[in-house]
Design a protein. Structure first.
Lengths: 205, 102
């Protein structure tokens, strides 16, 4: 009862991430995007599969976000809400990073247009972009593991930009690496959540 | 100092009670939340939480809806626009009091 008002509000926002399902799903999406990039690179230029992979990439990125939202909501309905309760948020909550993500993407596009040489450092640029987004999300809800995800993205992006000559391969591996880190961490959080909150026997009302 | 005392007398006592304040804060951060979540977030007993929710509902600060999800009932609470306004006024009033005292 001695909690600060802001702390109560942040705890309510943080509840969205309590089960690790969001990170796991977003991590899998990143792995999918990275995998699709690798597939696109592996396919011979001009083949119909190459064109298909190029079309599938934006579809996977944007459509994947919508699919994730539905899947995560469905899983929360079955797993999280019966255990620790149901909370629905207003649009833009709790991460509130929608406009930051749009802004960061536009900023990145502008940066690459103004300084095309940075295209050669694509993995580092992607790592920096993910750092900004993840750190902001972590700050919004006071969740330290998002800072770690952001740091992992930057370190991985810079390392791959340094080590690999092929910037597209580096970008793909950055997505896969960050996605893997998020998926593993999210799964660990999920298993810990299940251990701490066994299924309630009775309905509470 | 007289003004501070007057402000204290005018404070919304319905929200000023710590348990109800916490409920209002939780509901202000979300679109809606169910009984089980509020139970965990506030640390109150079921009986206590029910009483506080009823008082807030009577005042028109929150809206309570019951529905079935599968075979279980879900009691969902939502802060009303009157509740949002009352909470905002309370926070402003408290900030003013703290400022004038400190």
């Amino acid at each position: 009862m001695t909690k600060q008002a802001d702390q109560v509000v942040k705890e309510t926002y943080r509840y969205f991430y309590v089960d690790g399902l969001v990170e796991t799903a977003v991590g899998l999406l990143f792995v999918g995007v990275g995998g699709m990039l690798l597939a696109w690179m592996a396919l011979s230029t001009g083949s119909w599969l190459h064109v298909l992979a190029a079309l599938a990439l934006p579809l996977l990125t944007f459509g994947g976000g919508l699919i994730i939202k539905r899947v995560v909501q469905n899983l929360k309905e079955r797993i999280t809400y019966p255990r620790t309760g149901y909370v629905a948020y207003r649009d833009g909550q709790p991460g509130g990073g929608r406009w930051l993500i749009v802004g960061a993407a536009l900023g990145l596009a502008l940066l690459l247009f103004v300084v095309p040489a940075w295209l050669n450092k694509m993995p580092a640029v992607i790592g920096a972009l993910l750092l900004v987004i993840l750190v902001y999300m972590g700050y919004r809800v006071s969740l330290w593991r998002f800072y770690l995800f952001g740091a992992a993205a930057l370190v991985l992006g810079v390392a791959l930009a340094w080590l690999l000559a092929d910037e597209l391969l580096g970008a793909a591996l950055t997505f896969i690496g960050v996605g893997a880190v998020m998926t593993v961490a999210g799964t660990a959080v999920f298993l810990n959540y299940l251990r701490r909150h066994p299924q309630a026997d009775e309905a509470v009302a | 100092m007289n003004e501070t005392i007057n402000s204290l007398m005018d404070i919304d006592r319905l929200i000023h009670e710590p348990a109800r304040l916490m409920i209002m804060l939780v509901l202000s951060a979300a679109r809606e939340a169910d009984f089980l979540y509020l139970l965990n977030a506030t640390g109150l007993t079921k009986g206590n939480l029910s009483v506080h929710l009823s008082r807030l509902e009577e005042a028109g600060y929150i809206q309570i809806d019951k529905s079935f999800v599968g075979k279980t009932t879900r009691t969902v609470c939502q802060i009303t626009s009157a509740g949002q306004a009352a909470l905002a006024a309370y926070r402003e009033q408290m900030a003013g009091i703290v400022q004038s005292v400190g």
